[in-house]
Structures are given as structure tokens and as C-alpha cells.
Design a protein. Structure first.
Length: 196
């Protein structure tokens, strides 16, 4: 379709966004029964991760100003969460063998960001960078005492490790490309705790 009045089409394209993954790790903590129905505690955990978010872009220059008409620039970029850890106080309400709790605190981890780009079939960028990230987390959970020493828990955490620029490239002829990596994710996890 031709451009409308006052409209200029420079390029068209498409983007494909994917994200997901799994985690597994260990935790340790200390609980204090402040009253019959209130539990206070602190927890620390660390886990490996396969969480990965990627964006694939394909851009076609409709004007022929930057690329031969009909040719494309293709980019694949994303960030993988290698591992993360948290340190969180928690407060819970105790009812018999159940504890319902809220938690939140510090979070940190390591990410690997990568980008691969081709213009008219020629590779113009192929790089990766590993960063340490620091941020925060908040969540809630339920814990149930299976025995006097073993509990089962399931919890939800929202974690934000901040945003960083992963590429700012100038390919010449007025063709620039920049991208930021914003690492924020939801985690639902379950596990067994041994109390002593």
C-alpha cells in the first residue's frame, strides 16, 4: 500500500520475542516464633538458571536509502540469566502446621547478553558480554510442616535486577542500532526444608 499524505515509509520489519526457563538451587535461613501466630525469619538462597529472553528482528529498507531495495538487516539479541541469589527477611502468620508469609529484600545475579547481526547477508556484529547485576525482590509463600523437622513450601517471587545497555553500534551511512537489557522476572518455586 502506498504511503498516505504526509506519511513516509522508511522500513518495514517484524520482531519475535521469546522468554522462559527453569531454576534449581538451595537455601538456608533462621526462623523465630515471635508469638503464637507470628513467625519472623531471614532466608538466603542461590540458584542456577536457564531463564533466557530473546528478540529477533528483521528489517527491510523500503526506500533503498540504507540497504539495496528488498534486502534486509537481521538481528538476534537477548539475555540469559546464569544464576541469581537473594537475601530476604520474612514475616508469617502461623495456623497449626501452616505458615503464610510475605518476604522481600536484596537480589543479585549474573547475566550473559549476546547479539548477532547481519546486513545484506554479511555479519556486522557478533558479541556477548557477561555482567553482575544487583536489584531487589518481593514475594509471598505458603509453608506446611510435614513432620516436626521437614516442611514443604511453595512461593512466588518477583525479582528486578535492573537495566543495562548491551549494544550501541553505528554501522555507518546513518544506520545505528542500540538495545538495552531489562532483567526482571517472575519465579514460582517449590521445595523441601529440613529444620534443626
Amino acid at each position: 500500500m502506498p504511503p498516505g499524505p504526509g506519511e513516509i515509509i522508511f522500513a518495514t520489519g517484524s520482531a519475535d520475542v521469546t522468554a522462559g526457563g527453569f531454576i534449581a538451587g538451595v537455601q538456608a535461613g533462621y526462623n523465630w516464633q515471635w508469638s503464637e501466630s507470628v513467625l519472623l525469619g531471614i532466608e538466603g538462597d542461590i540458584q542456577g538458571s536457564s531463564i533466557d529472553g530473546r528478540v529477533s528482528l528483521s528489517i527491510t529498507d523500503e526506500t533503498g536509502e540504507f540497504l539495496p531495495p528488498g534486502e534486509s538487516a537481521d538481528f538476534d539479541l537477548g539475555t540469559r540469566l546464569d544464576w541469581f541469589a537473594t537475601l530476604r527477611p520474612r514475616i508469617g502468620w502461623v495456623n497449626d502446621r501452616f505458615v503464610v508469609y510475605a518476604t522481600g529484600g536484596l537480589a543479585w545475579g549474573q547475566t550473559t547478553s549476546s547479539i548477532n547481526g547481519t546486513i545484506v547477508g554479511q555479519t556486522v556484529i557478533d558479541e556477548s558480554i557477561t555482567n553482575d547485576r544487583f536489584g531487589w525482590t518481593i514475594g509471598a509463600g505458603i509453608e506446611y510442616a510435614l513432620t516436626d523437622n521437614i516442611t514443604f513450601k511453595t512461593e512466588y517471587l518477583y525479582t528486578d535486577l535492573g537495566s543495562e545497555q548491551i549494544v550501541d553500534a553505528d554501522f555507518g551511512d546513518g544506520f545505528n542500532f542500540s538495545a538495552d537489557s531489562d532483567v526482571a522476572f517472575h519465579v514460582v518455586r517449590a521445595g523441601l526444608n529440613f529444620q534443626f
